[in-house]
Write a new protein. Structure first.
Length: 246
Protein backbone atom coordinates (compact mmCIF):
# COMPACT_ATOMS: atom_id res chain seq x y z
CA UNK A 1 0.00 0.00 0.00
CA UNK A 2 1.31 3.42 -0.98
CA UNK A 3 1.71 5.69 2.01
CA UNK A 4 2.45 9.42 2.22
CA UNK A 5 5.44 10.03 4.43
CA UNK A 6 4.88 12.58 7.18
CA UNK A 7 8.31 14.03 7.83
CA UNK A 8 8.89 15.28 11.39
CA UNK A 9 11.02 18.26 12.35
CA UNK A 10 14.73 17.67 12.99
CA UNK A 11 17.47 19.76 14.57
CA UNK A 12 19.82 18.53 11.85
CA UNK A 13 17.59 19.74 9.02
CA UNK A 14 19.43 22.84 7.85
CA UNK A 15 22.71 20.96 7.56
CA UNK A 16 21.46 17.76 5.94
CA UNK A 17 19.07 19.55 3.57
CA UNK A 18 21.80 20.21 1.06
CA UNK A 19 22.35 16.50 0.45
CA UNK A 20 18.93 16.01 -1.13
CA UNK A 21 18.70 19.46 -2.65
CA UNK A 22 19.64 19.48 -6.35
CA UNK A 23 18.85 22.79 -8.00
CA UNK A 24 18.81 24.91 -4.84
CA UNK A 25 17.82 28.51 -5.42
CA UNK A 26 20.81 30.74 -6.14
CA UNK A 27 21.08 34.11 -4.45
CA UNK A 28 21.86 37.08 -6.72
CA UNK A 29 23.49 39.01 -3.86
CA UNK A 30 27.01 38.08 -4.93
CA UNK A 31 30.30 39.78 -4.06
CA UNK A 32 32.43 41.18 -6.89
CA UNK A 33 35.71 39.45 -6.02
CA UNK A 34 37.57 38.51 -9.27
CA UNK A 35 37.55 34.76 -8.56
CA UNK A 36 33.76 34.87 -8.18
CA UNK A 37 33.33 36.40 -11.62
CA UNK A 38 35.05 33.51 -13.41
CA UNK A 39 33.08 32.68 -16.59
CA UNK A 40 32.56 29.08 -15.45
CA UNK A 41 31.11 30.28 -12.12
CA UNK A 42 28.67 32.65 -13.81
CA UNK A 43 27.72 29.92 -16.30
CA UNK A 44 27.06 27.58 -13.37
CA UNK A 45 24.87 30.16 -11.62
CA UNK A 46 22.73 30.58 -14.77
CA UNK A 47 22.54 26.82 -15.31
CA UNK A 48 21.36 26.26 -11.75
CA UNK A 49 18.33 28.48 -12.34
CA UNK A 50 17.51 26.42 -15.44
CA UNK A 51 18.01 23.17 -13.54
CA UNK A 52 15.71 24.23 -10.71
CA UNK A 53 12.89 25.15 -13.06
CA UNK A 54 13.30 22.00 -15.14
CA UNK A 55 12.91 19.77 -12.06
CA UNK A 56 9.53 21.21 -11.12
CA UNK A 57 6.64 18.92 -11.97
CA UNK A 58 8.91 15.84 -12.01
CA UNK A 59 8.56 12.62 -10.05
CA UNK A 60 11.14 9.92 -9.53
CA UNK A 61 11.83 6.75 -7.59
CA UNK A 62 14.23 7.07 -4.65
CA UNK A 63 15.94 4.10 -3.05
CA UNK A 64 17.59 4.87 0.30
CA UNK A 65 19.85 2.35 2.00
CA UNK A 66 21.13 3.20 5.46
CA UNK A 67 23.09 1.35 8.09
CA UNK A 68 24.63 1.85 11.51
CA UNK A 69 27.62 -0.53 11.41
CA UNK A 70 28.39 -0.41 15.14
CA UNK A 71 24.85 -1.58 15.95
CA UNK A 72 24.70 -3.98 12.99
CA UNK A 73 21.44 -2.37 11.92
CA UNK A 74 20.35 -1.49 8.40
CA UNK A 75 17.26 -0.55 6.43
CA UNK A 76 16.07 0.19 2.91
CA UNK A 77 13.28 2.54 1.89
CA UNK A 78 11.82 2.82 -1.60
CA UNK A 79 9.71 5.91 -2.19
CA UNK A 80 8.18 8.05 -4.90
CA UNK A 81 9.57 11.58 -4.71
CA UNK A 82 7.47 14.33 -6.28
CA UNK A 83 8.40 17.95 -6.91
CA UNK A 84 5.30 20.01 -7.58
CA UNK A 85 5.15 22.92 -10.01
CA UNK A 86 5.56 25.21 -7.02
CA UNK A 87 8.65 23.34 -5.86
CA UNK A 88 6.94 21.51 -2.97
CA UNK A 89 8.51 18.10 -2.32
CA UNK A 90 6.49 15.12 -1.08
CA UNK A 91 7.27 11.43 -0.66
CA UNK A 92 5.08 8.34 -0.92
CA UNK A 93 6.59 5.26 0.67
CA UNK A 94 6.50 2.23 -1.62
CA UNK A 95 8.14 -0.18 0.80
CA UNK A 96 10.55 -0.52 3.72
CA UNK A 97 12.59 -3.41 5.00
CA UNK A 98 15.03 -3.57 7.88
CA UNK A 99 15.35 -2.14 11.38
CA UNK A 100 12.93 0.55 12.54
CA UNK A 101 15.71 2.35 14.43
CA UNK A 102 17.44 3.02 11.12
CA UNK A 103 14.16 4.11 9.57
CA UNK A 104 13.30 6.61 12.31
CA UNK A 105 16.72 7.87 13.38
CA UNK A 106 18.52 7.95 10.04
CA UNK A 107 16.22 7.83 7.00
CA UNK A 108 13.25 9.80 8.36
CA UNK A 109 15.49 12.49 9.82
CA UNK A 110 17.35 12.66 6.54
CA UNK A 111 14.12 13.33 4.65
CA UNK A 112 13.08 15.88 7.27
CA UNK A 113 16.18 17.83 6.36
CA UNK A 114 15.01 18.27 2.79
CA UNK A 115 11.53 19.37 3.80
CA UNK A 116 12.90 22.22 5.93
CA UNK A 117 15.81 23.44 3.86
CA UNK A 118 14.42 24.84 0.63
CA UNK A 119 13.28 28.31 1.59
CA UNK A 120 15.61 31.08 0.52
CA UNK A 121 18.83 29.85 -1.05
CA UNK A 122 20.78 30.46 2.14
CA UNK A 123 22.73 27.23 1.56
CA UNK A 124 23.02 27.49 -2.23
CA UNK A 125 26.37 27.10 -3.95
CA UNK A 126 26.62 30.73 -5.00
CA UNK A 127 29.15 33.59 -4.90
CA UNK A 128 27.17 34.99 -1.98
CA UNK A 129 28.04 31.93 0.10
CA UNK A 130 31.30 30.59 -1.35
CA UNK A 131 34.72 31.46 -2.72
CA UNK A 132 35.63 29.65 -5.94
CA UNK A 133 39.00 28.55 -7.35
CA UNK A 134 39.67 26.47 -10.47
CA UNK A 135 41.46 23.32 -9.31
CA UNK A 136 41.75 21.24 -12.49
CA UNK A 137 40.09 20.17 -15.73
CA UNK A 138 39.35 16.64 -16.92
CA UNK A 139 37.40 14.60 -19.46
CA UNK A 140 34.44 12.52 -18.31
CA UNK A 141 32.07 10.65 -20.62
CA UNK A 142 33.10 12.85 -23.51
CA UNK A 143 32.55 16.07 -21.57
CA UNK A 144 35.10 18.62 -20.42
CA UNK A 145 34.72 19.03 -16.68
CA UNK A 146 36.01 21.96 -14.64
CA UNK A 147 36.77 21.05 -11.02
CA UNK A 148 36.24 24.00 -8.69
CA UNK A 149 37.48 24.16 -5.14
CA UNK A 150 34.85 25.88 -3.03
CA UNK A 151 35.26 27.38 0.41
CA UNK A 152 32.41 28.86 2.51
CA UNK A 153 32.62 32.57 3.25
CA UNK A 154 31.47 31.85 6.80
CA UNK A 155 31.09 28.88 9.10
CA UNK A 156 27.34 28.42 8.88
CA UNK A 157 24.99 25.46 9.08
CA UNK A 158 24.38 23.94 5.67
CA UNK A 159 27.62 25.10 4.04
CA UNK A 160 30.46 22.73 3.14
CA UNK A 161 34.08 22.78 2.07
CA UNK A 162 34.98 20.67 -0.92
CA UNK A 163 34.66 20.43 -4.68
CA UNK A 164 32.12 21.34 -7.35
CA UNK A 165 32.47 19.64 -10.76
CA UNK A 166 30.88 21.62 -13.59
CA UNK A 167 30.27 20.71 -17.23
CA UNK A 168 32.30 23.31 -19.14
CA UNK A 169 29.85 23.60 -22.03
CA UNK A 170 26.51 23.87 -20.21
CA UNK A 171 27.54 24.98 -16.72
CA UNK A 172 25.47 22.16 -15.23
CA UNK A 173 26.74 20.45 -12.04
CA UNK A 174 28.23 16.97 -12.40
CA UNK A 175 29.40 16.31 -8.85
CA UNK A 176 29.41 17.99 -5.44
CA UNK A 177 31.49 16.59 -2.60
CA UNK A 178 32.94 17.64 0.72
CA UNK A 179 32.36 17.98 4.42
CA UNK A 180 29.98 20.32 6.19
CA UNK A 181 31.73 23.01 8.20
CA UNK A 182 29.33 23.27 11.12
CA UNK A 183 27.18 20.81 13.01
CA UNK A 184 23.74 21.92 14.19
CA UNK A 185 23.68 19.40 17.02
CA UNK A 186 25.93 18.15 19.81
CA UNK A 187 24.96 14.63 18.74
CA UNK A 188 26.70 14.98 15.35
CA UNK A 189 30.45 15.25 14.83
CA UNK A 190 30.98 15.11 11.07
CA UNK A 191 28.98 14.83 7.86
CA UNK A 192 30.68 14.09 4.54
CA UNK A 193 29.05 13.38 1.18
CA UNK A 194 29.47 12.82 -2.55
CA UNK A 195 26.55 13.69 -4.83
CA UNK A 196 26.62 12.76 -8.53
CA UNK A 197 24.42 13.98 -11.37
CA UNK A 198 23.61 12.76 -14.87
CA UNK A 199 23.06 15.31 -17.63
CA UNK A 200 19.98 14.43 -19.67
CA UNK A 201 18.49 16.68 -22.32
CA UNK A 202 20.88 19.42 -21.24
CA UNK A 203 19.81 19.37 -17.56
CA UNK A 204 21.50 17.81 -14.53
CA UNK A 205 19.32 15.33 -12.68
CA UNK A 206 20.28 13.63 -9.40
CA UNK A 207 21.78 10.18 -9.85
CA UNK A 208 23.44 8.99 -6.65
CA UNK A 209 24.42 10.21 -3.19
CA UNK A 210 26.75 8.67 -0.66
CA UNK A 211 26.93 10.18 2.81
CA UNK A 212 28.66 9.36 6.08
CA UNK A 213 27.51 10.85 9.36
CA UNK A 214 29.55 10.47 12.55
CA UNK A 215 27.27 10.58 15.58
CA UNK A 216 28.32 10.76 19.23
CA UNK A 217 25.87 8.09 20.36
CA UNK A 218 25.53 5.46 17.63
CA UNK A 219 28.85 6.01 15.89
CA UNK A 220 28.98 6.13 12.10
CA UNK A 221 25.83 6.08 9.99
CA UNK A 222 26.13 5.45 6.26
CA UNK A 223 23.60 6.27 3.55
CA UNK A 224 23.33 5.54 -0.15
CA UNK A 225 20.59 7.17 -2.20
CA UNK A 226 19.80 6.29 -5.82
CA UNK A 227 17.38 8.10 -8.14
CA UNK A 228 15.62 6.46 -11.09
CA UNK A 229 12.46 6.39 -13.25
CA UNK A 230 12.17 10.13 -13.83
CA UNK A 231 8.78 11.15 -15.22
CA UNK A 232 6.90 14.36 -15.84
CA UNK A 233 3.78 14.50 -13.65
CA UNK A 234 0.37 14.70 -15.31
CA UNK A 235 -1.96 17.34 -13.85
CA UNK A 236 -1.38 19.85 -11.09
CA UNK A 237 -0.61 18.33 -7.70
CA UNK A 238 0.40 21.49 -5.85
CA UNK A 239 -2.67 21.45 -3.63
CA UNK A 240 -2.04 17.86 -2.63
CA UNK A 241 1.61 18.63 -2.00
CA UNK A 242 0.71 21.51 0.29
CA UNK A 243 -1.59 19.25 2.30
CA UNK A 244 1.13 16.62 2.66
CA UNK A 245 3.58 19.21 4.01
CA UNK A 246 1.63 21.38 6.49
Amino acid sequence: MVQTLRIPSSSTAALLAFLMLPGAAVSSDAPDAPEDRLPIVMKYVDATHTQQEAMKGVEMQVDIEAKIPSLEKHGRLTALRKISRLGVITYKALGFSGDNTVKQEVITRYLAAESEGRENGSIAISPANYKFKVKSEQEQKGRRIVVLQITPRKKAIGLFKGELWVDAESGMPVRESGQFVKSPSVFLKKIAFVRDYDIQNGVSIPAHIESMVDTRIAGRAELEISFSNFMRQVGDDDAAGAQANP
